[in-house]
Design a protein around this ligand. Structure first.
Ligand code: FNR
Length: 379
């Protein structure tokens, strides 16, 4: 309402309202190597594109005589009540997207301002304790990239608990980096790496593995990181992951219903259906097309979803297909690039305003009203 009324009074938003424009402005604002890392994906990026176009194959059917003048977008998740079914997906190079290098802190401030939780990545330019200190009353999730060093994994999770994070998200699909031609073309990895290792260099277990402190020998710290970063976990590791924390444990990257059933049997608290925004493997199913079977297999367990959310309409459709809450990745990084915390707040509020208005106009006043019957497949 506020965005609209301001617009009618000639007070226009400072940042773009439509994703394509946001993307174009972010591209202009970021150095080419950073842009290609953030915007790019795996292979020829077919799956990345399919993630977004998949939403166009579903149409919402409006309902009338509903009187949806009051909407309630709130959702219960792991004992928390969120104002809306939206969170910020973990993004590991937020530091390099912000002009002052502290994009993780700025994003956390946007979480505090909007009530939209941030899933803070392991790959952060600022230590997780400092990020969590910016959350205010908004809950935060810590995303773990599980290193091969189990003691380090434990240390990261325990730090997250002490810092006040409310859930642990373990990402399973990125123990090795996918085939990303844009990154190879710009050879941007060394540049990026210097901006996302704060959770390692501030960790006592990681520091104990080094001969010299990371401040004295950053090269050796970076080398150590490359050696321990990726752990190709198997099902045998899940009980160990489960044992690391009493916090809700969510596994990210699940798209196959059999994997979902097995994870549920082994005691996870939430499933996170995602194909990493098409960054990891090309040729895959659009994540949205995997969602209905994941929801069915989850059989009542909360299902988080990301990959391709670009508008309020996309949020509404993913909820109607059974997601409990949806995550947004690249648009947050773009908002950050354009306007720091204010830019992120703008992106989140625009997404929510559009979702809310669609629910009003289409006669679906609560999330419970959004079921698969609200949608029709467009072929
Ligand atoms: C990511 N993603 C990601 N995921 C994760 O679990 N840990 C991480 O550190 C990162 N880092 C990261 C960096 C960048 C630049 C991007 C764009 C993405 C994946 C992210 O959490 C999410 O799955 C996708 O971004 C969702 O797709 P969209 O919204 O970008 O289409």
């Amino acid at each position: 309402n506020e965005i609209y009324l301001n617009g009618l009074a000639g007070i226009l938003p400072r940042f773009p309202m439509v994703h394509a424009e946001l993307e174009a402005k972010a591209q202009a604002a970021l150095p080419p190597s950073v842009w290609s890392y953030v915007a790019g994906g795996a292979g020829d990026e077919h799956t990345q594109r399919a993630n977004t176009t998949a939403f166009q194959r579903w149409g919402l059917i409006p309902r009338m005589f509903v009187g949806a003048s009051q909407r309630d977008l709130s959702v219960d998740l792991f004992g928390m009540t969120l104002p809306a079914p939206l969170f910020m997906a973990p993004v590991g190079v937020l530091g390099i997207c912000a002009q002052d290098g502290h994009g993780d802190l700025a994003t956390a401030r946007a979480a505090a301002h909007t009530g939209v939780p941030m899933a803070a990545s392991t790959l952060s330019a600022d230590p997780m304790e400092e990020v969590a200190a910016e959350f205010g009353a908004t809950p935060g999730f810590f995303q773990l990239y599980t290193p091969t060093d189990r003691e380090l994994a434990q240390s990261l999770v325990h730090r997250a608990e002490r810092a006040g994070f409310k859930a642990i998200v373990v990402t399973l699909d990125t123990w090795v980096t996918g085939w990303r031609p844009r990154d190879l073309a710009t050879s941007n990895f060394p540049q990026l790496r210097g901006h996302c290792l704060a959770n390692y260099t501030s960790d006592p277990v990681f520091r104990a593995r080094l001969d010299r402190a990371p401040e004295e020998d950053p090269q050796a710290a970076a080398l150590m990181w490359t050696q321990i970063f990726g752990n190709p976990l198997t099902w045998a590791d899940l009980p160990w992951l489960r044992s690391l924390t009493e916090l809700p444990l969510i596994v990210k990257g699940l798209c196959h219903p059999d994997d979902v059933r097995r994870a549920k049997d082994l005691g996870v608290d939430g499933i996170y259906c995602s194909n990493h925004g098409g960054r990891q493997a090309n040729g895959g199913l659009p994540a949205l097309d995997a969602l209905p079977a994941v929801v069915e297999a989850a059989d009542g367990l909360p299902v988080l979803f990301d990959s391709g959310i670009r508008s309020g309409a996309d949020i509404v459709k993913a909820i109607a297909l059974g997601a409990t809450a949806v995550g947004v990745g690249r648009p947050v990084a773009y908002g950050l690039a354009l306007g720091g915390a204010d830019g992120v707040v703008h992106v989140l509020r625009s997404l929510l305003a559009e979702a809310d208005l669609i629910m009003a106009v289409d006669g679906y006043p609560t999330l419970a009203d959004l079921t698969p019957e609200a949608l029709q497949r467009v072929t």
